[in-house]
Design a protein around this ligand. Structure first.
Ligand code: GUN
Length: 286
């Protein structure tokens, strides 16, 4: 039976470290601040944004939500970002994706100052990650790495398979595993023999967005299986990409949904916000 990678416990550790840092910063007159922009009324985005605000409040981080109607013109959104770039009380800026179809998310991300880009989506930050010289890591893959580390699993020399090639998860996830000397394969919708490739993974990360996509016959006995999926099952219940009950019989470690990577994402966002605030205030721990 697989060991559970409990996002509640692992994220609580990250959040408590961040909260302690925030206390030290506040003692020196610095309060980290995060602006969260949401455009439209996508229910999943609303839930994510609410969680982000809640976690900020718990750690003593100032957060400001800017909710805009779905028909907000792109120019207006970009002007808002420019004004947030210029505010010294806002250290991190996050624009919740997806954006309505009339808005070009690349243009929006490009408008965020790279030093305030706590999602690490800006091309400058993506480039820094690629060359292994970065300040921010994107929150979801960084949370996955934290989970792997918390299990005491080393990546070096392991076969790592990432299912999904999104800019938010799959691509940076692969890069982070590579930085730790994993042998990394990215699978996607055009991959042939996906089952066989997955079956060879010591570390399997699924970010495909299909309920019960990962079945026990795709998993190597003892593997670390991390589920980044956020889907609804046939009963409209939240579930990941992995058939958790069945895969638990084969895997060595498994992360649940809910209660897994999602909690890590918000914890890592806090961490990035504090890093941003430290950099912008030239805050040095002593
Ligand atoms: N939509 C889904 N995941 C994310 C995320 O990590 N950041 C932002 N900004 N939008 C998202």
């Amino acid at each position: 039976m697989a060991i559970l990678l409990d996002g509640k416990i692992i994220s609580a550790n990250v959040k408590s470290e961040v909260a302690q840092e925030v206390t030290r910063m506040k003692a020196k007159g610095i309060t980290p601040g995060l602006a969260v922009i949401i455009v439209g009324d996508d229910p999943a985005s609303r839930t994510y944004v609410n969680n982000k605000k809640k976690v900020c409040a718990e750690a003593g981080v100032y957060s400001e939500e800017i909710a805009l109607p779905a028909d907000t013109p792109q120019d207006q959104l970009i002007s808002l970002i420019v004004s947030l770039n210029n505010r010294s009380d806002i250290n991190g800026i996050l624009c919740q994706l997806p954006l309505p179809p009339h808005i070009d998310d690349k243009a929006v991300i490009a408008a965020i100052s790279p030093v305030k880009d706590v999602d690490a989506f800006h091309a400058a930050n993506v480039g820094h990650i690629m060359i292994g010289d970065y300040t921010f890591l994107p929150c979801t893959p960084a949370g996955v790495m934290e989970m792997i580390h918390s299990a005491g699993v080393t990546v070096e020399g392991k076969n790592c398979v990432v299912i999904g090639r999104s800019n938010i998860v799959g691509k940076p996830m692969a890069m982070m595993l590579l930085h730790e000397n994993g042998t990394v394969t990215i699978c996607h919708s055009k991959t042939k023999n996906i089952k066989e490739i997955c079956k060879n993974a010591d570390i399997l990360v699924s970010a495909v967005g299909i309920a019960k996509f990962v079945t026990p016959d795709m998993v190597k006995p003892g593997a670390v299986v991390i589920d980044v999926g956020m889907n609804r099952d046939e009963n409209n219940k939240l579930c990941g990409d992995v058939d958790t009950a069945a895969v638990s019989e084969v895997a060595g470690y498994i992360s649940p949904v809910p209660g897994g990577v999602g909690l890590m994402t918000t914890a890592m966002l806090l961490k990035n916000t504090v890093t941003a605030a430290k950099m912008q205030n030239a805050f040095i721990e002593n």
